[in-house]
Write a protein that binds this ligand. Sequence first.
Ligand code: BT5
Length: 324
Amino acid sequence: SSDIRKGLIEAFTNNPDQYLSGESLAELLGCSRTAIWKHIESLRKDGFILEAVRKKGYRIISSPEKIVPDKIFFGLNTKYMGRNIHFEDSVDSTQTIAQKLALEGAEEGTLVIAEEQLGGRGRLERKWQSPKYKGIWMSLILKPNIPIMRAPQLTLLTAVAVVQGIHEVTGVQADIKWPNDLLLHGKKLTGILTEMQADSDRVHSLIIGIGINVNQQLEDFEKDLQSSATSIYLETQKSWDRAELIQGIMLQLEKLYQLYLEKGFYPIKLLWESYSVSLGQKVTANTLNGSIVGLAKGITEDGVLLLEDEQGVMHSIYSADILL
Ligand code: BT5
């Protein structure tokens, strides 16, 4: 029965401009017309808008408000990235679920997605607002065979992949602010949080949390964020299909990750620098040990930010909030 559902989604999404009759669908999928009708009703419940015209059949009008995991799966052009999807309606944090799956031996590329997070988190136990149906709240499991000190490279790699994925699908070009923010006109569009499971000095699993504001209108953000956050909707005045964005991001991630495994961090570093807004600028780095004002000179091979202060002293910044 889930095969019928998958078959229907595939038939509709592959023939966006065509009416498909109940009869032909029943024949195609080897089931009764009643079964087709039932599944069409269930797709409608999930937010697919399907037009029905007498004597012609059904046609897909728009993709759902809700993310439908099946829809991500079809049309996903990756070998392993995002192929194993763990989907939830409402969770505390997708990070927590992915952490658990990783401990249980989840394969590389496993993706946890939720429609809503009640306890979405940023760095240092800060909150990440994750309103229902409005954004992409997901955690990806990677298992690179690298030492712990290289782990920050994967945060930067993810930032590049998300910039490219968003650009491919929507045409919107975001900037990267070290280490983990994507900005549009200086407002935060995306946050990335990397957590890790490691034995002694090697990484076992990386849990990369990605939060992307997609279809929020201004009032969907809580008051305190309305001036500092933005969404793809606010930038384009258009709603976007989150399933399609996830597909685009997974494709870029797989390409870049493969490049990273074969050629190392250098090519990723070049891409990262090309999207960065902080480099070459005077910035303030607020670290847990105090603030440093300096010129952002670059990032090292490990993904560490280099700041040159007014006395010409170079500081390596491992973790901080950067004020531009
Ligand atoms: C981050 O932390 O930017 C990392 C955010 C990672 C979120 C993803 S969603 C899927 C996965 N599951 C989780 O539980 N988390 C990950 P940080 O740099 O510490 O920024 C946090 C700050 O961003 C907050 O203190 C707010 O000021 C701001 N903020 C919170 N929600 C936001 C939103 N939706 N859009 C823009 N800014 C937000």
